[in-house]
Design a protein around this ligand. Structure first.
Ligand SMILES: [Zn+2]
Length: 252
């Protein structure tokens, strides 16, 4: 493991030999840089990550100055977000991938559609483009098995496009087992932020990777279904499907 002092020194000297060895995230701007970036951030605002992936997961966006290669990388589809329409039993959905990861699985028609789309594209510095990819095909295959009642756990790599808080909530959602539900209050407790019930509910509502990140498994403390991006019928449909494939679990 590289020592923090060594990393700080490399950043101070803009040492290009440290490229790809670690990444420098700046808390105040939410931008992630290579150690040799000409934009020099204040030391107190820096967080180090071993991989770019981890920084992106934590809500940082790649710097446009030092990560030109990242933005220009045309060979492996990294500059576009592939988007495919998928007709699910609970409504028309958009499935999207960025590189080899799933970044969107969401209802084609919903109130926050354009806000969520803008956020995803800005976060990944990439534009939507109709088309498919290996990970989209894999995602659709797993959804088919899920809707047929044959799949209870997904294993698709995902990339989160949100703030640190949103990513924390979304990661926690992935731990809620198939066929079970929890309340927003319980979700807030699980991320050690018991008072943030409303913020948790709002992060839940802006989850761009529905079903795979099961925000439908969170319901009101009064056991009411409460809101859902895909509409209450979709939420009811998903919970009903999971419930009928799970023995002895009562939903409400
Ligand atoms: Zn930079």
């Amino acid at each position: 493991m590289m020592k923090t002092e060594e990393k700080i020194k490399a950043v101070k000297n803009r040492d290009a030999s440290y490229r790809d060895k670690f990444f420098v995230a700046v808390r105040t701007t939410k931008i992630v840089c290579t150690p040799d970036c000409p934009a020099k951030p204040l030391e107190k605002n820096i967080v180090f990550y071993d991989t770019l992936e981890e920084a992106l997961q934590a809500g940082y966006r790649p710097c446009k100055i030092c990560m030109k290669e990242f933005h220009n990388n045309k060979r492996n589809n990294m500059e576009t977000i592939k988007i495919t329409r998928y007709q699910s039993p609970v409504g028309d959905m958009l499935i999207g991938s960025y590189g080899d990861k799933l970044c969107i699985c969401d209802w084609a028609v919903e109130k926050r559609r354009s806000t969520i789309d803008r956020r995803i594209q800005r976060h990944l510095s990439a534009k939507y483009e109709e088309g498919t990819s290996d990970v989209i095909e894999q995602a659709i295959g797993e959804l088919e098995e899920y809707f047929a009642g044959h799949r209870k756990i997904f294993d698709i790599p995902v990339v989160f496009t949100g703030s640190e808080f949103q990513c924390t909530v979304w990661k926690e959602l992935m731990k809620i087992p198939y066929g079970t539900t929890i309340s927003y209050g319980e979700l807030a407790r699980r991320i050690h932020n018991p008072k943030a019930v409303r913020a948790v509910a709002s992060a839940n509502a802006t989850n761009p990777i529905s079903i795979f990140v099961p925000c439908h498994r969170v319901i009101g403390s009064n056991h009411k279904l409460t809101g859902y991006g895909g509409g209450l019928d979709a939420k009811k449909g998903l919970l009903g499907l999971e419930c009928s494939n799970t023995e002895g679990i009562e939903l409400w």
